[in-house]
Design a binder for this molecule. Sequence first.
Ligand code: SF4
Length: 286
Amino acid sequence: MNVITAPSAGFCWGVERAIEIARKHAGGEQRVYTDGPLIHNRQMMEQLEAEGISEVGDFQSQAPLHLEKGEDGVMVVRAHGVSPQRRAYLKSLGMQFKDATCPDVGIIAGKVKLHARKGYQVVIFGDPKHPEVIGILGYAVSGGHVIRNDKDIAALPDLGDKVCMVSQSTMFVDEFHRLAKLLKDRFSEAIIIDTICGATRERQDDIGHLIKKGVEAVVVVGGRHSANTIKLASLVERKGLPAYHVESPAELDVESLKRYELVGLTAGASTPAYLIDAVREKLEAS
Ligand code: SF4
């Protein structure tokens, strides 16, 4: 089978940066902790655990941590960021505090904070259960609303004339602009700020490029909880091709894939290169 790999497949700069920050402090006397998964890739988190970087807390970074106050460790904030309330809580633990929030997420938080201070109601296009959205919502103080679709926009209360819309960093670009238009129909003065990150756009654009090259199906490698990986698989299907979302080569349905001569390969922004290489090798050998 012939395989074309998307140039953007794998780690984005925000994930690389977060891993680098955590690794810089690992391997010494101190334990390194991350509040929830540093990135959404199970295999990579297992590898980091072996290097002395332990995930504590829950998936959404909301539950109290079972750590001794003042423990001689290093607390690293996940790439998805946390709310200001959570940040204050983590700092109150008295450990060294290192912030690995992706700067692109930090920009969204900054825009939300600025507009909330000016009295705007903030509408966030995203998944209300995703840790990035939970973190950003904290900056909207009491004026935050999460929407996923048309129905959610229709259900918004009257927000007045000071409304600002942003997006979770990993959403579909076209869907954001469609919903922004709908929001404008309800709140004509709404300020729309497209905060989908460059890495997400690049990965979504590359799906189109793979399809133009004639691939018959696309294998997407990445974590089951990785928002951008899930979006990539869903984008492939929206464009009319079969998508095979796998976390590792062991999950590849080789028998089913054998019917294709040319297959595209991409991966979420938190997928390590060794997993992409292993999947490609298995595909090429079948
Ligand atoms: S996907 Fe975008 S926002 Fe998320 S870590 Fe990567 S660069 Fe940052």
